[in-house]
Design a protein around this ligand. Structure first.
Ligand code: ADP
Ligand code: MG
Length: 684
């Protein structure tokens, strides 16, 4: 019995029924079973004499059954088994409710270990429904640390524990060691069999820790190898080789000079594009750092080489805005710029599709519509995606599949802590824009509660009087929200503001509106025809209104820190002094602490690190939607040091054996292949 792919139903002791219950948990093979790690552990290792136990504590006692267990039927549906157990120190009264078989399992004169919760009444001690095992038999659920699993209907903890035990017994000594010898030794990691045994049935807490450390390392190491191999393969993949172009001509056409960080990012990307390999590069920069310009330079470079570019934005509004910005920058340089979004009419779309097919455009900007099946490109050389975290990564690859290996530039304003960027973008090269265009002022941020409402309204009045515009953001009100009456919906709040300021132009935009209507409202804001725009987070990303000098976030407790930071980036984009006011009536300590961070710093990276620390990585990324592979033991936020070690080891290993072809890496290669297959859409 050793093939890890064996179906669980053929494992000794697991029948058809249990197998079906296991399948519900995603456990199909022997490998799945032994890799189904406990959710937590219960420490049942403490053993006490009866007389020393205290009321309410859960504990093990070793005691002899002193009389024959008595079964009484109190009424229909209520059976009691009562018995008395003794040790040298005292007496324990035991009652089982509705477990008539306890009568036959426990025998007078024999000694058992009972685990349960003590009830103490003066000198008397009792337990209800304790688990029991013969004192001289094998201890699986008493006297030790016991695993607690996620279970499905038809499986009790006990059955689950048994199933895993049987699984381990079937393969423990034949589990392959995925880690190369040297790696294991250098990092002082436990052996495979030891790790699997002790992650399930730890001898003690030290053994559990050793097991965990080994398995976390292994998991992250496999991930690092997978990403490293992907990156290596791409680097060897030949792409369109572009000829150098005279960037100074491009810079000279701008209304301002590029920052050093922008120049650097462009140079790095251009050297990728000119290298003959395919570019896969992430440009990461805080809101307002000027990523669009970097994209524009590369699009121009591409056009100089006779290739077209596609620029993908996550929303209609952003596609529209990028269309305007990029047209303004690039048409004077002779580029032909088009747009393709879902909101366009069928006829408009057809025209653009024909232009694309005929190679009559140098740049097309759009949404998902860019990669629908009926769009064909002539000479697609570059794909740019903006705010990549909003796209399924699979969508990105759909567009990439359209050219012959076009270069890929991903732009993200999500200031992901650097350590995590390593994983999420592990298959990309990274340029960081760590410098804002000159003359930017700090956005003063305040956290206030309702008692400031009148002053806040006074402030709006004053700023609009000076010719500025104001954003007000309300949380999305879901229909199933428990407390909708306490949340301000954008529409209601807009009405209130209109009453408060009858002479001002108040507008409202939210996600449920038709794209055309949304665009009209945004356009009026951008044109300065709206004084106060009340919005849901549809404005979170990218929208540019340089005249806006104040953003107010209502129910700020409902937003994540990184989201607040993105929102704040909607102001301070012009020459005007700008403010961000976070309104929240929640004075929970945690909320205050969070909002305080916003008032103290404008640095997106710092904020995201705090956000991660406060919320944990699961919440931070909503796990899989960000393309993070699912981890079994490792915690991507907490195990950062291990991650770095694993990454180093993977780099070292791949340098010598880039495709893991060596026979001694066979088991590792298999694991890497499996990971890539399971996460196929994340890594493309
Ligand atoms: P983001 O990185 O958030 O996408 P944008 O590309 O939208 O930032 O740029 C933000 C604003 O800064 C835009 O109005 C843009 O015109 C301006 N900008 C970009 N680069 C520079 C620069 N080097 N000097 C001055 N202004 C710049
Ligand atoms: Mg942008």
């Amino acid at each position: 019995m050793s093939d890890l792919n064996t179906d669980v139903r053929y494992i000794k002791g697991i029948g058809e029924k249990k197998a079906q219950a296991l399948n519900k948990l995603g456990v199909f093979s022997l490998r799945d079973l032994v890799s189904f790690f406990p959710r937590k552990y219960e420490d049942r290792s403490e053993m006490k004499p009866i007389a020393l136990t205290c009321d309410g504590e859960s504990v093990c006692v070793e005691a002899m059954v002193a009389d024959t267990p008595r079964l009484t039927r109190v009424r229909r549906g209520l059976d009691l088994v009562k018995l008395r157990a003794v040790d040298d120190s005292g007496v324990l009264d035991i009652t089982y409710f509705n477990q008539p078989y306890a009568k036959d399992n426990l025998h007078r004169g024999e000694t058992y270990v009972f685990y349960g919760k003590i009830e103490a009444n003066g000198p008397r001690r009792s337990m209800v429904n304790p688990v029991a095992e013969k004192a001289d038999g094998e201890h699986r659920v008493t006297g030790r640390i016991v695993p607690v699993y996620r279970v499905a209907q038809g499986l009790s903890q006990r059955l689950m524990q048994q199933a895993v035990r049987q699984g381990l017994d079937a393969c423990l000594n034949e589990l392959p060691d995925i880690l190369p010898h040297a790696v294991r030794e250098r990092n002082q990691l436990a052996q495979t069999a030891y790790a699997f045994e002790n992650i399930h049935f730890p001898k003690d807490f030290e053994a559990l820790e050793l097991a965990r450390r080994r398995l976390i390392f292994e998991e992250l190491f496999v991930l690092a190898c997978a990403l490293g191999r992907l990156r290596g393969e791409r680097a060897r993949e030949s792409g369109i080789r572009m000829a150098k172009s005279d960037l100074d001509r491009f810079w000279a056409a701008l209304p301002f000079s590029p920052t050093g960080a922008q120049r650097r990012a462009v140079a790095e990307a251009m050297s990728d594009m000119d290298s003959g390999a395919v570019m896969n590069r992430l440009v990461q920069g805080d809101v307002g750092s000027g990523k669009t310009l970097v994209a524009a330079a590369l699009i121009w470079h591409c056009a100089e080489n006779g290739y077209m570019s596609a620029f993908m934005a996550p929303t209609e509004i952003l596609a529209d805005q990028h269309y305007h910005t990029l047209s303004e920058l690039l048409t004077p340089l002779g580029l032909r710029v088009g747009k393709l979004t879902g909101a366009m009419t069928a006829k408009e779309k057809r025209v653009v599709r024909e232009q694309l097919k005929a190679g009559q455009l140098d740049l097309v900007i759009g949404t998902h519509a860019l990669f629908s099946a009926d769009v064909e490109y002539e000479k697609l050389g570059l794909v740019v995606t903006d705010e990549q975290h909003r796209f399924g990564v699979g969508q990105r690859s759909a567009l990439i599949g359209k050219g012959q290996k076009p270069h890929v530039l991903v732009m993200s304003a999500t200031p992901i802590p650097r350590t995590l960027a390593l994983i999420i973008y592990g298959d990309l090269d990274v340029s960081v824009i760590d410098e804002l265009p000159p003359g930017r002022q700090k956005i003063d941020t305040f956290a206030v509660d309702e008692s400031y409402r009148a002053r806040l309204n006074g402030f709006i009045r004053k700023l609009v009087g000076e010719g500025r515009q104001v954003f007000v953001v309300c949380p999305m009100v879901e229909e199933n929200d428990e407390l909708p009456q306490k949340l301000k919906s954008a529409e209601e709040h807009a009405e209130e503001l209109q009453k408060e300021f009858p002479d001002l132009r108040v507008a409202c935009v939210h996600g449920k509106m038709k794209p055309k209507d949304k665009e009209a409202v945004m356009a009026s804001m951008a044109a300065g025809e709206t004084d106060i725009l009340v919005a849901t987070t549809v404005i979170e990303v990218g929208v540019d209104v340089p005249n806006a000098a104040l953003i107010i976030v209502e129910n700020a407790e409902r937003f994540g820190l990184s989201q607040l930071h993105q929102l704040r980036g909607r102001v301070g984009r012009g020459q005007h002094k700008s403010w961000c006011i976070l309104v929240s009536d929640n004075d929970g300590e945690e909320n205050r602490a969070r909002l305080n961070i916003m008032t103290k710093t404008n640095d997106g990276f710092k904020i995201s690190e705090e956000d991660l620390r406060l919320r944990g990585p699961g919440d931070f990324f909503g796990s899989r939607q960000h393309g993070l592979p699912e981890m079994h033991v490792a915690d991507l936020g907490a195990d950062v040091n291990v991650l770095q070690k694993a990454q180093q080891e993977a780099t070292l290993l791949l340098a010598n054996d880039p495709s893991l072809a060596a026979p001694e890496h066979a088991a590792l290669r298999e694991s890497v292949d499996r990971l890539l297959k399971v996460n196929a859409d994340s890594f493309n």
